[in-house]
Design a protein around this ligand. Sequence first.
Ligand code: KIV
Length: 270
Amino acid sequence: MKNIPDFHKWKADGKPITMVTCYDAATAKILNATKVDTILVGDSCAMVVHGFDSTVHATVEMLATHTAAVRRGAPDKVIVADLPFLSNRKGIDVAMDAVDQLMKAGANAVKLERRKGNIQLVEHIVDSGVPVMGHLGLTPQSVNEFGGFKMQGKSDAAARVLVEDAQMLEQAGCFSVVLECIPADVASKVTAALHIPTIGIGCGPSVSGQVLVINDLLGMDADFQPRFARKYDNLSERIAAAVNQYCADAQRLEFPAAGEYSASLAKSAR
Ligand code: KIV
C-alpha cells in the first residue's frame, strides 16, 4: 500500500502524482485495481452526488459516510477526505471532532481549504498525527465570496499571496497542496517555491501531479464540460443507451431469457 511519505518521494523522484475524487464503494473498488496513487473523497460530493449547487452544503456526516464507503471499496489506496465548509471554523474541539470522524471512517489524511487564521489549526492537526493536504486558489467553499467558480490568482499581488500561503501551509506541516484553477505560470511558481508536492486541477502541467473528479473523467454529466476536465469516456451516453436497451428488451419480453431465471422450484434449489 502506498502511504503519505510516498508523496515526498514522488516529488523528489519527479514522478507525477495522480489523484482522483471518488465517492462510493463500487467506483473505489475499480480504482483500487488501477494505478491511481491516491483517492480524494472531496466535498464536491455535495454537488456531484447530492445535486447541490455548491460544496457549502457538504457536512462532516456526509463526508464520513462517503469516506467509509470508499475505504471499503479501496482498501489499498491512500485516501484523503475533505474537511467540509465551516467544520474547521467553529473552534478547535469541533474541528478536531470532524478530523476524528473522517479518520475513523477510513481516511489517511484530511484536506483543508486555506482561509485566513487556519494555519495554527493545520499545525495542531499535523501535531496530532493526522497528515494534512492544503488547498489553494479557487477554493470552492469560498464561492460566495468569489462571486462564482472563477479563476483565482490572476493579479501579481494575488499570485504573491498564493506563493506565501503555500509556503505557510508547508511550514505548518502539510504534506501536499492542491492548486485549483489558477494560471499555469502561477502554479509553476508555487510549485517551485515548495518542497512538498502540488496537485493541480485547471492549473496546467507545471505542478507535481493532477487531480480529476471521477464523474468528469468518465463523462457522467453531458452538460458539464469545464475546460480543465478531459473526458476519457462518455458514460452518460453509454449508461443511457444501456438502460434504453434494457427497457426495450423487457418490453419485447426478451429479458429475462432462458438461463437468466429458474424455471421451477426444483431447479432454483440446485
Ligand atoms: O472536492 C473535490 O473533489 C476537490 C478536488 C476537485 C480538488 O476538492
